[in-house]
Design a binder for this molecule. Structure first.
Ligand SMILES: [Zn+2]
Length: 390
């Protein structure tokens, strides 16, 4: 899958500092030391300036590819209508891209449509037919009325690429038009979508899809737009790993990001534990909640009835929760358990639903005693895995 290039949408984000960037200076150079492509999205808001295009053409490594969003005057103001002068604006935009084009660094140019029905774009077909030669253009539809054979026929006929999206509104249709493929990951969050960190399983769903696209298209461009807190960088690097294009610099960058998020998760647990302790050491639910994120408290409550406590001594507690075991040793300060979620969360000293269910099932005073011991001495407690289930 060597024809797949993966990057992010934009690179200049302050909240990527520490997550990905080591300094706020020369962000682009830092970005280009890890990625081979980027989607420029600032060009959507303002016509880019020639000086900047010259500078990035010069300072980017050989083989680096820039995809750019077409200015919104073309897509949103003039609705790709020749009569409204949309082509004039597009050509002005293209003239500024000359340094990239001459340097062999120009990737596809993306028309991201506004979320309007297809019928609002009366001149769409004519506009695409009039596109100048020598460029790769792609269109991102953002309304369900575009999802029909007619729209795809127009793209095919005019040799314009279809932009595949991963987002909550439209489904990902693996169509290839225009000879190349263009995939954008917007996130699956709720308003805004890009406050979203894709899980590895969600990214892995794309392995086969990208393989398919890779075999159908000359080149596959993949961009992550979920830029909030650096998730885009993390997910882009994870995707490179999944499709097998990650090498040492990408592996290193990913490991650094993962450890950043792990440490940050631990800091989050510590501050919640401190808050729970200060609000009273008797409240089991509050203490347990300090170790839980997502909907795990709810799930732990549902499981509490299925906990079988096998030993509940001063020093040791042992229990079964469905087919899983949980063991607590107070003298050794160890919490032992094994499940997939536990493995993922112990770096942040977080509980899974099974461990939480045990604390909810125990006698409240006993549970509060143990939890406050853990809370007061969190640093010294070891959350460990025990291979195999009972
Ligand atoms: Zn578990």
């Amino acid at each position: 899958m060597n024809n797949i290039v993966i990057g992010t949408s934009g690179w200049s984000y302050k909240d990527w500092l520490n997550v990905f960037y080591t300094s706020s200076e020369k962000m682009f150079q830092q970005y280009a030391s890890v990625f081979k492509t980027v989607e420029v999205d600032s060009s959507f808001y303002n016509q880019p300036n020639l000086g900047l295009m010259r500078a990035i053409a010069r300072s980017s490594p050989k083989g680096f590819v820039f995809s750019l969003k077409v200015p919104k005057t073309v897509t949103h103001v003039k609705l790709m209508d020749l009569e409204k002068g949309a082509m004039r604006d597009l050509k002005l935009f293209l003239s500024v891209l000359t340094p990239l084009k001459e340097g062999g660094k120009l990737g596809p140019l993306l028309f991201q449509l506004p979320p309007k029905p297809a019928e609002a774009f009366k001149g769409f077909h004519d506009f695409l037919e009039s596109l100048p030669e020598g460029y790769d253009f792609a269109v991102e539809f953002r309304h369900p009325t575009w999802m029909n054979d007619e729209a795809f026929r127009v793209l095919s006929e005019t040799n314009v690429g279809y932009c595949i999206v991963d987002e909550p509104l439209l489904s990902a249709l693996l169509k290839v038009t225009g000879g190349f493929s263009y995939v954008r990951f917007h996130g699956r969050g709720k308003r805004p979508w890009y406050y979203y960190d894709y899980r590895v399983e969600e990214l892995s769903e794309w392995k086969e899809r990208l393989e398919e696209l890779s075999s159908k298209a000359e080149k596959v461009y993949v961009y992550f737009n979920n830029h909030f807190r650096g998730y885009a960088v993390k997910n882009a690097l994870q995707m490179m790993k999944i499709v097998g294009t990650a090498e040492t610099p990408q592996e290193e960058a990913l490991n650094k990001i993962l450890s950043y998020f792990g440490e940050e998760g631990l800091r989050r647990t510590v501050s919640r534990v401190e808050a729970a302790l200060s609000s009273g050491e008797k409240n089991v639910e509050k203490l347990v909640s300090a170790f839980l994120e997502g909907g795990r408290l709810e799930r732990a409550r549902e499981l509490a009835g299925r906990v079988v406590i096998e030993e509940a001594g001063e020093e040791n507690v042992k229990a079964r929760v469905k087919e899983y075991t949980v063991a607590i040793s107070l003298s050794e300060r160890r919490l032992k358990h094994y499940c997939e979620d536990w493995v993922k969360r112990i770096g942040q000293k977080q509980f899974c639903k099974h461990v939480a269910a045990l604390f909810l099932a125990m006698k409240p005073e006993e549970s509060a005693r143990i939890l406050s011991l853990i809370c007061r001495n969190l640093d010294n407690w070891v959350f460990e895995t025990e291979a195999g289930k009972s």
